[in-house]
Write a protein that binds this ligand. Sequence first.
Ligand SMILES: [Zn+2]
Length: 468
Amino acid sequence: MTKIGLEIHCQLTKLESKLFCSCKANYREFEPNHNICPVCMGLPGSLPRLNQKAVKSATSIAMALNCQTPEKIAFFRKNYFYPDLPKNFQITQLNVYGDMSVGGEGHVEVEGKKIKIRRIQLEEDPGRLIYEGASDRTKITLVDYNRAGTPLVEIVTDPDFENPRQVRVFLNILSDLLENLGVAEPGLEGAMRADGNVSIEGGNKVEIKNIGSFHDLEKALHFELTRQQSLSERDIEIAMETRHWDDRRKITISSRSKEEDQDYRYFLENDIPWVKIEQNTRDSLKENMPESISSKKERYVQKFDIAPQVAEIIASDRYYSKLFEDAYSEHNAKDIANLITTDVIGFIDTKEKQQTSKITSKHLSDLIDAINAKTITRNSAKVALQEIMKSGKATKSVLHEMDLGQVSDSSEIDAIISQIFEDEKQAVIDAKEKPETVNFLVGKVMQKTKGKADPTKTLELIKSKLNQ
Ligand SMILES: [Zn+2]
């Protein structure tokens, strides 16, 4: 039986400062080693000061993942010697000796299966090592401490996954959930990383470390399962070890024998006294939690009769759901939802485009009003959207400037149809014999009018001309 468990590291990118000092949490804009101070460098005599907002963000993540949240948390030192860790220990959390991390047991439902969350801990990110060339062959390694001390939550699951695909579905759900909470931007480079534990048939557990993309993690898990199966078929014992994913060669490579918890010599971080999280703080966090994706989806389906697939797409993306929530009224919700999932998503399909797009909810409701009033066709709305996305101009001006007004005048459309009947004699004969081919003629009218002809009227007129 295949068992896969995950440890997911997610940076709390929405915070201003690092976990224990006032250096910026957003280290990405700095020159290497320019976002550091004595605290995050671990210089003698410096003392950590806990970022209270980080505790709140981590607690709301724990709540969203149905975890227990304790009234008192503690921090531990995890000792290991590695160049990315200037203090030679990482301040993290552990559930031992009656002390608790920010989140205890919880669960997430993935395609009807409950994946158990073992714990959620708040900790600091180490610095970044940059290898020149493949990590197992390089002679040069650079280190950048700008990231050292960045607030991070580690989410540890039980080994409940049965295959790599399930892992990917879970990570997509988790990343949407974190984004919806407004505490993280999982799309940012390095903001969400995962380790996977893999074992087959009760054998030794192999850990694959630090993979930054869900796609790569799925590939690495596949590779690792095949490797273990092939060893086990030849009766070779699977070594308990940590392996790295080499994304150039698409293989996992052995990096060091796996440490046991005792190797880290955990002990209580005495520079930070136990932290109390008052009941009223927890209550107010719970009250102010944004609506969950599943409840949003259900509301869209129930209240507006929106198709479940459409509701799911909109609810699970913060940007689309904001556009929708701000644009809809009782009478146009379904149209707005369809406009987003059929057209808007086609143009705005990356986080970068979401940030640069100038489309507002007002544009969407104006376009739907224009379609419903038959001033423009659906097709013209699509053309207008592309322009609005770039310029942000008012819908009315765009429709006017681009001359996108719908052609509904029967005589005007009729004249075009007559011309097409002349040009496409064979198609006319076909359409008389096989009515289902009539769309070809409708398409020709649309082509000629650049999509502006009223499609219903066009079809009616063509049909009546065919029957003459
Ligand atoms: Zn610092």
